[in-house]
Design a protein around this ligand. Structure first.
Ligand code: HEC
Length: 280
């Protein structure tokens, strides 16, 4: 049986460095000729003008989408971290790192203890490689903008906007994902802040899929809101998950319907089925 490390490394190795280099074109560099926001001064030399500012939308558009998404997407995204626009905020802010679960990927207000920043800077204590995997790495001026967004509280892009309806935006692990026991945060994110009094083990379920049917996970789960990110619910099994097939579902049980804090009911039930594998 191949170890997950081999899988990860060969996945990463398949990504050609020149692709990254060309994607990075506009922001790679040594930090010289960049203004306080990490933007090229004058934006000459044929480089497209970038508008990197310390807000999530700008960081998504200028960093995550062009540089990280081709590895960090889909059910097999490294460490379950999907960085495409639809998933990144919910899986970063207030959510534990898979590599170092004592740290949050983004800890609002505290860039130094945010694992994302440590991985981008290649800090001494990280597990695995500096990001982007294989380089070229982000200029410190770009990392400084990401740090500033975290210092400012890691606001979401929709912090002020109100969405039309209450929906599930992210289930992680995603449908079809294969994960290792205890290695990955289990996350359900919504388009707006859920009413936690309606969130319980009948509305938000983590069940084991067995030949004889669905069975509640032994010990049950704890539900909590991600710190600084009130539309993301963390699902923490009270006991480690045994290897096997699991189903994460929201709003699928009859009876109680989840709603958001503005009393809008969840429009559509959602679920994902994932496999927990033995540790190698
Ligand atoms: C070439 C593929 C590749 C690219 C591009 C890439 N990553 Fe990664 N990333 C990985 C792999 C593989 C791992 C797991 C192994 C490791 O950490 O060395 C990982 C792990 C991570 C982790 C740790 C997650 C956790 O929960 O512990 C973070 C954070 C991360 N990447 C952020 C980024 C960011 C931000 C970018 C873009 C600036 C990026 N990565 C670009 C492949 C990539």
């Amino acid at each position: 049986m191949p170890t997950p490390n081999t899988i990860k490394l060969s996945r990463a190795g398949a990504i050609a460095a020149p692709v990254l280099a060309s994607l990075l074109g506009a922001c790679a560099g040594n930090g010289q000729g960049l203004d306080a926001n990490g933007n090229p001064v004058g934006a000459g030399g044929g480089a497209p003008p970038t508008t990197l500012t310390a807000d999530f939308k700008s960081i998504q558009e200028n960093v995550f989408t062009p540089i990280c998404v081709h590895c960090h997407s889909g059910a097999s995204a490294p460490e379950g971290l999907q960085l495409d626009e639809a998933h990144s905020y919910a899986l970063l802010v207030g959510v534990a790192s898979a590599e170092q679960p004592s740290l949050q990927r983004v800890n609002p207000g505290d860039p130094d203890s945010s694992y994302l920043v440590q991985k981008l800077e290649g800090s001494a204590g990280i597990t695995g490689a500096r990001m982007p995997f294989g380089g070229p790495y982000l200029p410190q001026s770009t990392i400084a903008v990401i740090r500033q967004w975290i210092t400012n509280g890691a606001q979401s892009p929709s912090a002020s906007g109100t969405s039309a309806s209450f929906a599930v935006t992210t289930l992680s692990p995603a449908d079809g994902a294969r994960v290792h026991a205890g290695s990955r945060p289990i996350v359900v994110a919504f388009s707006s802040e859920p009413d936690m009094s309606l969130m319980n083990e009948s509305t938000l379920r983590l069940e084991r899929v067995l030949p004889e049917g669905l069975q509640e996970v032994p010990g049950g789960v704890t539900l909590s809101l991600a710190r600084g990110n009130p539309s993301t619910v963390l699902v923490t099994p009270r006991q480690g998950l045994a290897p096997g097939q699991y189903r994460l579902s929201i709003g699928a049980g009859g009876g109680l319907v989840p709603a958001d804090v503005d009393a809008r009911a969840l429009q559509q039930a959602q679920s994902s089925e994932f496999t927990v594998e033995d540790r190698p």
